[in-house]
Ligand binder design. Structure first.
Ligand code: FAD
Length: 470
């Protein structure tokens, strides 16, 4: 690689933030180098996050369907079994194909790719310990920190990635654990808990807070939790893990009520620690060049993604905001547009969140709890998938659409969907909100029949008038 000549843009980190920023920069005609230490592109998301988890969620869902739903659809087998190594191979293939695909996109767009660990020696010079051995210096007029995040350790519960695993270990368990304890009821814990639960594990989720997935609308969350419980997942809320004993064949976790009180022991074969992620800036030399961070170690930036050090920018999981791949990508594009002298824009109120369980839960905008705090009158329109013809036709009718709209203007404030395909359905709502649509705008838009999307139309009708089908 030829990093010695000066680049317009140097990106440190090849995750969804960094690789998208690099490609966009090159498309805007800027000479661009991307430095990545992992050996493959795609960051957390493609290697040990979004993609492998969705692969396993799909495979385990197919098994679960074959076992529990196919017979009632008149599809019979003599037996269904899990072949875990093949399931893992399919996941690994998906990851390998996609990460190699990004290398192809780098070539196509003429992004220079340097494999190695980057470290600032000045605001415009990054030294790289290359994976091949040796080191080089990459220079850039603008340097973007896109180093992402890493697993947050839980004090007293040391991760060994064998019996006590992070999400990374949970994506590659060699066998289905008899009893899996998940610490942390965020989306990662619930997704991985669903995978192993479907494959046969008894899954117990321990959560410090009184609720699962804190960003979810309360009413939808209640239905969602009931659905997971029906699938066999057990919850111990308002409970903290204060210690672990790994000396025996089974792991013994010591639990205590969050507010304090009597301790109890919970046994597990495998423990998943999914209590959050930390921004990752280790060994980057940020102190050396004086980049400002907050107490949580996140890099502080202004609206143009600029840090306090001239010429140095930051995007994605390493800055404040939702730690999501699509948010990192939006950051990346906008940051590079600013660098190129254009206007970039990310609307953080319109970043959808999705939990890829079954049913999925997806949402955008405000929860009802948040709307209440606004103080102005609002209306709620709801429609259950039990009354949606397509959901009934495919016998997958658990879920609801809930729309919150301002009473005065009918402007949509938030949309919450629990449904088999909620992660796809939500984008109609995101687009509507992005264009400042009213609920009536959705209701008066023709929706194809029979589709799950009709539930959104009906919920929109219910917001200002009456739905037809319930
Ligand atoms: P990262 O993806 O973390 O990439 C940063 C990259 O920088 C890494 O590859 C790292 O090796 C590299 N790097 C760091 N320091 C250096 C250095 N000094 N020199 C060179 N390279 C360096 N988000 C979603 O939106 N949808 C999902 O379904 C989803 N599922 C997830 C499931 C799991 C199990 C996990 C863990 C996360 C999931 N996420 C999901 C979150 C998503 O992965 C992150 O939000 C996203 O990857 C952030 O992108 P990023 O580019 O900021 O950072």
């Amino acid at each position: 690689s030829s990093g010695m000549e000066e680049n317009d843009v140097v990106v440190i980190g090849g995750g969804p933030g960094g690789y998208v920023a690099a490609i966009k920069a090159a498309q805007l005609g800027l000479k661009t180098t991307c430095i990545e230490k992992r050996g493959t592109l795609g960051g957390t998301c493609l290697n040990v996050g979004c993609i492998p988890s969705k692969a396993l969620l799909h495979s385990s869902h197919m098994y679960h369907e074959a076992k529990h739903s196919f017979p009632s659809h008149g599809v019979k087998f003599s037996s269904v079994e899990v072949d875990l190594p093949s399931m893992m191979t399919q996941k690994d293939k998906a990851v390998a194909n996609l990460t190699r695909g990004i290398e192809g996109l780098f070539k196509k767009n003429k992004v220079n790719y340097v494999k190695g660990y980057g470290r600032f020696i000045s605001p415009s010079e990054v030294s790289v310990d290359t994976l091949e051995g040796g080191s080089s210096v990459v220079k850039g007029k603008h340097v973007i920190i896109a180093t992402g995040s890493d697993v947050k350790p839980l004090p007293g519960v040391p991760i060994d990635e064998e019996r006590i695993v992070s999400s990374t270990g949970a994506l590659s368990l060699p066998e289905v654990p008899k009893k899996l304890v998940v610490i942390g009821a965020g989306y990662i814990g619930l997704e991985m808990g669903s995978v192993w639960g479907r494959l046969g594990s008894e899954v117990i989720v321990v959560e410090f807070a009184p609720d699962i997935v804190p960003t979810m609308d309360g009413e939808v969350r209640k239905q969602f939790q009931r659905s997971l419980e029906k699938q066999g997942m057990k919850f111990k809320l308002k409970t903290k893990v204060v210690g672990v004993d790994t000396s025996g064949n089974v792991i013994k976790l010591t639990l205590e009520p969050s507010a304090g009180g009597d301790q109890s022991i919970l046994e597990a074969d495998v423990v998943l620690v999914s209590t959050g992620r930390n921004p990752f800036t280790a060994g980057l030399g940020l102190e050396k060049i004086g980049v400002e961070m907050d107490k949580a170690g996140r890099v502080l930036v202004d609206k143009r993604f600029a840090t306090n050090v001239s010429g140095v920018y930051a995007i994605g999981d390493v800055i404040p905001g939702p730690m999501l791949a699509h948010k990192a990508e939006e950051d990346g594009v906008a940051c590079v547009e600013f660098i190129a002298g254009k206007e970039g824009h990310v609307d953080y109120d319109m970043v959808p969140g999705v939990v890829y369980t079954h049913p999925e839960v997806a949402y955008v905008g405000k929860t009802e709890e948040q709307v209440k705090t606004l103080g102005s009158d609002y209306r709620v329109g709801k429609f259950p998938f039990l009354a949606n013809s397509r959901a009934k036709a495919i016998d997958d009718a658990e879920g609801i659409v809930k729309i919150l709209a301002e009473k005065e203007s009918d402007k949509i404030l938030g949309v919450h969907i629990m449904a088999p395909n909620a992660g796809e359905l939500i984008h109609e709502a995101v687009l509507a909100m992005q264009y400042g649509a009213s609920s009536e705008d959705i209701a008066r838009t023709c929706h194809a029949h029979p589709t799950l999307s009709e539930a959104l139309k009906e919920a929109a009708m219910a917001t200002y008038d009456k739905p037809i089908h319930i």
